[in-house]
Design a protein around this ligand. Structure first.
Ligand code: BG6
Length: 471
């Protein structure tokens, strides 16, 4: 390979998730999931219709074909395939995803599929109390078995659980169905169960579909020290261990980092490690690592006597309202004066993606793929297109940084923009748009759901066509 180019078989792609894009909640035999409740927020659209991919998938995949996408990353909705989470399989749900795969095949687009992207079937939540109960792991493994058996002939890249790190750090997404306090107390138990579910899925995939690849998806956030003061450097390392390495070591090596377990002592219950768990985790060898990247963080030292402060997300998109967390004795997060931020106060940092790729690849030596990378904005369609030059700039710079990482030896096999079509954000409604394709609706009104490719769609199409030669 010429090291100044993207590999010939590079997977140029784009991404969605089921609960954020499909809609059709009770169509085709799907039943409710916890996400159907967690998305109900005053003033915002919920996931009942969202982009209505369930009814528009043919049109959407045709647009993917015109884009020249080599891959499409989406998730299989557990409540569509096994509506109660365990037991009966829904043939209509299976048929729907076969139809999606038929369309992708028509355009020669390789599917990359996430097995869990937050839509835990409501029945399982009610019966077992959700992921804190090991019974949910068994149910998940049965669901994975159905997916592998049904689709293993057509899907050769599977991802297990989307962002266990972000889920454990910040909760939400239905994990706190029984209340925030219960989640805060049991989060390491839930995470341990995610890791076990991941490990069993990896082993099952190797057994049932040996020619497929499977791995975890991390929501990695690189952390820079605020200054070269060694105390700031260790503070940055503290939070990076807590939010990044802890999960990578657990999911990829089956190891618990002692310093992070110590950090959690007295803050929440420890993971419920039973005999055989660690052996299982260590035996499950992933084939690839998927990474979602949006932003970087900055940390500085925080003296013991300071008062703790929780992170407060900027939900409304009003710049400057983000509240930075403070953990006395560990770290204090702070803004980065060197970087611009989105309206939701997410730092825009293309070099961060290169830091992440080098860090992860040189530690684990597995093929890596970017499964999410994108920038959100408030956008309006006024009968023409959407001139999202800032998104072009964002992807151009992030892809250029990926190219540098490839030149430096990182085995990066693909890049998916988040998102393909506009869809429901996890916490900020429909007005926080990431898509290459505008979907004509607002938080208040469904409108006609018309698809309008934005300027970035055409830029990405040309970039794919020339193999990233201009980056
Ligand atoms: C990732 C998730 O954490 O970030 C996606 O995998 C999510 O589901 C994306 O949509 C962006 O976050 P948000 O809150 O802006 O939708």
């Amino acid at each position: 390979m010429n090291k100044t180019e993207f590999p010939k078989d590079f997977l140029w792609g784009t991404s969605i998730s089921a609960y954020q894009a499909e809609g059709g909640l009770l169509d085709g035999g799907r039943k409710e999931s916890v996400a159907d409740y967690s998305t109900r927020k005053e003033g915002y659209a919920d996931n009942s219709v969202t982009s209505d991919f369930y009814h528009h998938y043919k049109e959407d995949i045709a647009l993917l074909g015109e884009l020249g996408a080599k891959t499409f990353r989406f998730s299989l909705a557990w409540p569509r395939i096994i509506p109660d989470g365990e037991g009966e399989i829904n043939p209509e749900g299976i048929r729907f995803y076969h139809q999606v795969l038929d369309e992708l095949e028509k355009y020669g687009i390789e599917p990359i599929v996430t097995l869990f992207h937050y839509d835990l079937p409501l029945t399982l939540q009610k019966k077992y109390g959700g992921w804190k109960n090991r019974a949910v792991i068994d149910a998940f493994v049965d669901f994975v078995r159905v997916c592998l058996t049904e689709f293993g002939g057509r899907i050769k890249k599977f991802l297990t659980i989307n962002e266990p790190d972000i889920l454990t750090m910040y909760g939400g997404h239905g994990l706190d169905f029984a209340g925030k306090e219960e989640f805060a107390e049991t989060k390491l138990i839930i995470n341990h169960h995610f890791a076990l579910a991941h490990a069993r899925a990896v082993r099952l995939c190797h057994e049932l579909v040996p020619d497929a690849m499977i791995g975890p998806v991390f929501g990695y956030v690189p952390v820079y020290p605020a200054t070269c003061d060694p105390e700031d450097v260790i503070a940055a390392k503290n939070i990076s261990d807590i939010q990044n390495s802890f999960f990578q070591e657990l999911f990829l090596n089956g190891i618990y980092m002692e310093n992070v377990l110590q950090f959690y002592e007295g803050r929440c219950l420890p993971p419920d490690i039973e005999a055989g768990d660690m052996e299982l985790l260590q035996s499950a060898k992933s084939d690839l690592i998927a990474l979602n990247y949006y932003k970087s963080d900055v940390a500085k030292a925080c003296p013991e006597e300071e008062e703790e402060r929780e992170m407060g997300g900027n939900i409304g998109g009003k710049k400057g309202t983000f509240v930075y967390a403070k953990m006395p004795g560990y770290y204090e997060m702070c803004p980065n004066p060197m970087l611009r931020r989105t309206d939701w106060d997410w730092e825009i940092d293309a070099t961060g993606i290169r830091c992440m790729l080098r860090d992860v690849y040189y530690r684990y030596r597995l093929p890596v793929i970017i499964t999410e990378n994108g920038v959100a904005a408030f956008e309006h369609y006024e009968g023409e297109t959407v001139e999202d030059d800032y998104r072009i700039d964002y992807h151009r710079k992030h892809l250029a940084a990926c190219k540098k990482a490839i030149m430096e030896g990182v085995n990066l096999i693909g890049y998916c923009t988040w998102t393909f079509i506009d869809l429901l954000s996890t916490g900020h409604g429909f007005c926080k748009r990431y898509g290459l394709v505008y979907v004509n609706r607002t938080d208040e009104e469904e409108l006609d759901l018309k698809r309008v490719p934005k300027k970035s769609y055409y830029w990405y199409r040309d970039t794919i066509k020339n193999g990233g030669a201009d980056l």
